[in-house]
Design a protein around this ligand. Structure first.
Ligand code: GTP
Length: 759
C-alpha cells in the first residue's frame, strides 16, 4: 500500500534521525570515533584502527587456539589414563545415621534409572545411568570400620541428614574419615522434612542446616531436600533432580587411586573344596571375589589387602564378561528401556549368574509352585493315610529357613554389649512414662559399669513427670582443653558436643555445635511441630546446662548472658578433640566376651581382688618374674614380629595397651593360677611356663648333658619353699624326654645340625 501511494506521487516522509535515546548516543559515538575530519594528523595516527589487527587470518586462528589451550591446561593438570575398555562404574556411596532413609533413597534412585523395584539393598548395585556412564550404589555401613572402608573407594558421597533432627555425629565422623583418604565429591540430602508442619520453620531450618553443611564441607556444597514420601517412596520430581545431578557430575579420582589397583567386590564365593572344609572347618579357604577393577591393572600373585580381613596374595585374576555393559555406541539419543540395565547380585536381582565353577538360575518365589497347603486340608485329603516319607522330607526342607551353619553363625551370647539395640527392641513403640524411667535406670547402670569417666546426666524424675521424653543418659563434651565435662565443664563452649539421647524411635548421637557463631543450632530443634519431637529443644537446653553447669542440672530455662557471649566470642571447630572419642567409643562398643561376663570387667576384678594386697603382690611379682619377661610385656613381642607376616588376619591385635600393669594383672587373674591366694605361690612362679613348671627365673637345662645352669640362690629358695618338687621327679622327666628324643631320631633318620635342640 505504501509503495502504491508513493507511486501515486505522494512524497515519502523523510528519515528523521534520532535525537535522543541509546540509538542517538550510539550513532554519535561511532561517528565521533571515525570522524577524522576534526582531528590533527598526529591524533589520526594514534587512532589507527588497524594497528593491532592480524594481517593473516590463519595466524589469528592459531593464536586464538593456543590461548584457549593454555587456559585449559591451567584448569586441568593432565592425568594419565591407565584404564582400558569401558570405564568402571562410579561409586555413589550413600551415607547417613541409622534409619535416615539410605535404603529408600537407593531404591528410589534405582527405580528412577532402571524402572525396576529393588526388593532389598544388599551389597553394591550397578546400574547404567547413561550412554557413557554406569553408577554403583553402595550403602555405607553404620559403624566406624565400615565407614573407614567405604571412604576409600567412594567417588561421590551422598550424606543423608535427618532434617527434622539435625546433624548427628555419624556425619561429622564420616567427613573426618574422608579427609584422610581425600574427599570425594560430596552432596548433602535432607530427609524427614515432612515432619515440619510450619512452612516458615521449615525454611529457617533448611537455611540453618545448609550453612552448617557448608561449614563442615565447603561453601556452596550442594544440598538436596527430600520433602517427604508418597506411597512410601520419595517424590519423583526430587529424585529426578538428584539423579540428574549425579548423572552429569564430573568425577576425578585422586592420583593415588588412579595409580593403584582396587576392587569393590559386589559378589563373593567360597570355592574351597567341601571335603577340605569337612575335615577341618577352620582350614584356609579359597575365596573368589567378583567386582570391577579400578585404578590400574592387577597381576596374579600380587599382594592384596582385603579390608577387615587381612593381607593375602592373589592366586589368579580372570577377566569376565561385563555383567552390566554400557549400551552400544551407535544409538542416537538417550537410553532404550531394555538398555537400562542393572546388576545387584547380593540384592537378589539378575536371574542368571555364572560363577567360576557353576551357573545359578535365580527363580523368583512367585514363579515357583510350592506344594504347601494348609495342614488341616491335608489331613482331610489324605483320609487317614500315612504321609509319604519323601513328601515329609520335602516339606521339612521347604519349611527350613536357615541351614544349621547359618543358625550357628547367627547365634551368639551378648548379655550387655549392645545397649541401644536392647533398648530399641524393648522400647519399640512404647512411650509411656513408666518405661522411660525404667530405661533411665537401666542405662545408668550400664553406664556406670562401662566407664567411670562418662558422667551420667541422670534425668530426674521431675523431667519424666513433665512428660518430657528426653532420655539423656550421658553427655560427652569435647572442649579445647579437656575431655572431662565434669571436671572442667566450661571448656566445652568452643567445641563440639556429642549428645546421646533416645529420639524418634532410636538412639541418636546429636552433634551440638557449642561455640558456633551460627545461632541456628540453639533454637533450631524447636522447629518441629510434631508434639513427639518437642523435646528436642529441651535436649539442647539440657546440653547447654550440662556442659556449662555441672552435668547434674536438667532444667532448660536457665540462660546465662555471660555464657552466651562466651559462646559467640569463641570460634568453633576443634575437630581433633572430638575425634579422640572415636577410639573410646569403638572400644566401648566391642562385644564383651563370655569370659568378661563371667569374671567381670578387667579393672573391677583386679581392683576388687587385689585391693587389700595390691602393694605386697606387686612387690612379689616384680621379684618372681623371669628376667626377660619382667621387662617385656606379654603382647608386644608377638605383635612386633607379626607386623610383616603375610596373612596378618591370623593375628588378633587388641587395642589394649599391654604395657599397663593393670591390664596384665587382669589377664593373670582370669586364671586359676592368678594370685587368688598366697598359697599358690608356685603357680605364680610357673605362670609363664605352665608345662614345665621348673624352668623359671631364666634357668636353663641342657638336655644333651642333663646339666642345669641357673641362679643357685633361686634353686635353694625353690627347694625350701616348694618341697613337693623333688629331684626324683625332675630326673624322671629328663629321662622321659631323652627317650622321646631317641624315638624321634629313629623314626626320622635325618642329621640335625648341632644346635638343633628338640625339647
Ligand atoms: N516421614 C518420613 N519417613 C522417611 C523419610 N525417609 C525415610 N523414611 C522412613 O524411615 C524408615 C527408615 O528408612 P530406611 O531407608 O530403611 O533407612 P536406612 O537409613 O536405610 O536405615 P538402616 O539401614 O537401618 O540404617 C523407613 O520406614 C522410611 O519409610 C522421610 O523423608 N520422611
Amino acid at each position: 500500500m505504501a509503495a502504491e501511494s508513493g507511486s501515486k506521487g505522494q512524497p515519502h516522509k523523510s528519515h528523521r534521525s534520532r535525537q535522543a535515546g541509546p540509538s542517538a548516543k550510539k550513532k554519535k559515538n561511532v561517528s565521533s570515533n571515525f570522524d577524522n575530519e576534526n582531528l590533527t594528523v598526529e591524533q589520526r595516527r594514534q587512532r589507527n584502527p588497524k594497528a593491532f589487527a592480524f594481517n593473516s587470518s590463519v595466524k589469528a586462528k592459531r593464536l586464538q587456539a593456543r590461548t584457549v589451550e593454555k587456559e585449559q591446561r591451567r584448569l586441568h593438570v593432565p592425568t594419565i589414563d591407565r584404564t582400558y575398555g569401558e570405564p568402571a562404574p562410579y561409586i555413589v556411596l550413600v551415607h547417613g545415621p541409622s534409619k535416615v532413609g539410605k535404603s529408600l533413597l537407593i531404591k528410589s534412585l534405582v527405580k528412577h534409572y532402571t524402572k525396576h523395584n529393588l526388593p532389598e539393598v544388599q551389597g553394591p548395585i550397578t546400574i547404567v545411568s547413561g550412554k557413557q556412564r554406569r553408577l554403583q550404589f553402595v550403602e555405607c555401613p553404620n559403624e566406624i570400620n565400615g565407614m573407614i572402608d567405604a571412604s576409600k573407594f567412594a567417588d561421590l558421597a551422598l550424606l543423608l541428614i535427618d532434617g527434622s533432627y539435625g546433624f548427628e555425629m555419624e556425619t561429622l565422623e564420616f567427613l573426618n574419615i574422608l579427609d584422610t583418604h581425600g574427599r570425594p565429591n560430596l552432596m548433602g540430602v535432607l530427609t524427614h522434612l515432612d515432619k515440619f508442619k510450619d512452612v516458615k520453620k521449615l525454611k529457617k531450618k533448611k537455611q540453618q542446616l545448609k550453612h552448617r553443611f557448608w561449614t563442615e564441607t565447603y561453601q556452596g556444597a550442594k544440598l538436596f531436600y527430600l520433602s517427604g514420601l508418597i506411597h512410601g517412596k520419595y517424590l519423583k520430581r526430587e529424585v529426578h533432580n538428584l539423579a540428574r545431578f549425579i548423572s552429569v557430575m564430573k568425577f576425578h579420582a585422586s592420583s593415588w587411586r588412579s595409580a593403584h589397583p582396587y576392587l569393590v567386590a559386589d559378589r563373593f564365593e567360597d570355592v574351597t573344596p567341601p571335603e577340605k572344609v569337612q575335615k577341618n572347618r577352620k582350614c584356609d579357604r579359597n575365596v573368589t571375589l567378583y567386582g570391577y577393577l579400578r585404578g590400574c591393572n592387577l597381576k596374579k600373585g600380587a599382594k592384596v589387602h582385603i579390608a577387615g580381613v587381612g593381607d593375602y596374595s592373589l592366586a589368579g585374576v580372570t577377566s569376565l564378561a561385563d555383567p552390566c555393559p554400557l549400551p552400544s555406541a551407535a544409538k542416537k539419543k538417550g537410553l532404550r528401556d531394555k538398555e537400562k540395565l542393572f546388576y545387584a547380585p547380593m540384592s537378589g536381582v539378575g536371574e542368571l549368574v555364572y560363577d567360576k565353577d557353576a551357573v545359578y538360575i535365580n527363580i523368583n518365589d512367585h514363579f515357583v509352585q510350592f506344594t504347601k497347603t494348609d495342614e488341616e486340608n491335608e489331613e482331610l485329603n489324605r483320609k487317614g493315610k500315612e504321609p509319604d516319607v519323601g513328601e515329609v522330607l520335602v516339606r521339612s526342607l521347604q519349611n527350613t529357613k536357615y541351614s544349621v551353619d547359618e543358625k550357628l553363625d547367627k547365634s551368639f551370647i551378648d548379655l550387655f554389649g549392645r545397649k541401644p539395640n536392647v533398648f530399641s527392641e524393648a522400647q519399640d513403640g512404647a512411650k509411656d512414662e513408666q518405661k522411660s524411667i525404667e530405661w533411665d535406670n537401666e542405662m545408668q547402670t550400664v553406664d556406670n559399669q562401662e566407664s567411670g569417666k562418662d558422667s551420667s546426666s541422670g534425668e530426674t524424675d521431675a523431667d519424666d513427670a513433665e512428660g518430657i521424653e528426653s532420655f539423656d543418659q550421658y553427655e560427652r563434651v569435647n572442649g579445647f582443653d579437656n575431655m572431662n565435662s565434669t571436671m572442667q565443664p566450661s571448656s566445652s563452649k568452643g567445641g563440639l558436643t556429642e549428645h546421646v539421647e533416645y529420639y524418634g524411635g532410636r538412639m541418636r548421637r546429636k552433634a551440638v555445635f557449642g561455640g558456633d557463631a551460627d545461632p541456628g543450632d540453639s533454637d533450631e530443634d524447636a522447629n518441629i511441630d510434631d508434639e513427639d519431637e518437642s523435646d528436642a529443644n529441651d535436649v539442647y537446653g539440657d546440653s547447654e546446662n550440662l556442659s556449662s553447669e555441672d552435668n547434674q542440672t536438667s532444667g532448660s530455662d536457665v540462660s546465662d548472658d555471660d555464657d552466651d557471649e562466651g559462646h559467640h566470642g569463641e570460634h568453633m571447630g576443634n575437630a581433633s578433640k572430638w575425634k579422640e572419642f572415636l577410639t573410646e567409643r569403638t572400644m566401648s562398643r566391642q562385644h564383651r566376651n563370655l569370659m568378661q561376663v563371667v569374671y567381670g570387667a578387667p579393672a573391677t576384678l583386679s581392683t576388687s581382688i587385689n585391693r587389700g594386697q595390691e602393694h605386697d603382690d606387686s612387690e612379689e611379682e616384680e621379684f618372681f618374674k623371669p628376667k626377660q619377661e619382667g621387662k617385656k610385656n606379654v603382647g608386644e613381642g608377638t605383635e612386633a614380629e607379626d607386623v610383616n607376616v603375610e596373612d596378618c588376619s591370623k593375628f588378633v591385635r587388641s587395642p589394649k595397651s599391654w604395657k599397663e600393669r593393670d591390664v596384665v594383672e587382669s589377664i593373670r587373674d582370669r586364671f586359676v593360677t592368678g594370685d587368688w591366694s598366697k598359697a599358690s605361690l608356685r603357680n605364680q612362679i610357673s605362670e609363664f611356663n605352665p608345662e614345665d613348671g621348673n624352668a623359671v627365673f631364666g634357668d636353663f637345662e641342657d638336655l644333651e648333658t642333663g646339666e642345669k645352669y641357673g641362679n643357685g640362690e633361686m634353686e635353694d629358695f625353690d627347694k625350701k619353699q616348694i618341697p613337693s618338687e623333688n629331684d626324683a621327679v625332675i630326673e624322671e622327666r629328663r629321662l622321659k624326654k631323652l627317650a622321646l628324643r631317641a624315638k624321634f631320631d629313629s623314626q626320622y633318620p635325618f642329621t640335625f645340625s648341632n644346635n638343633f635342640i628338640i625339647s
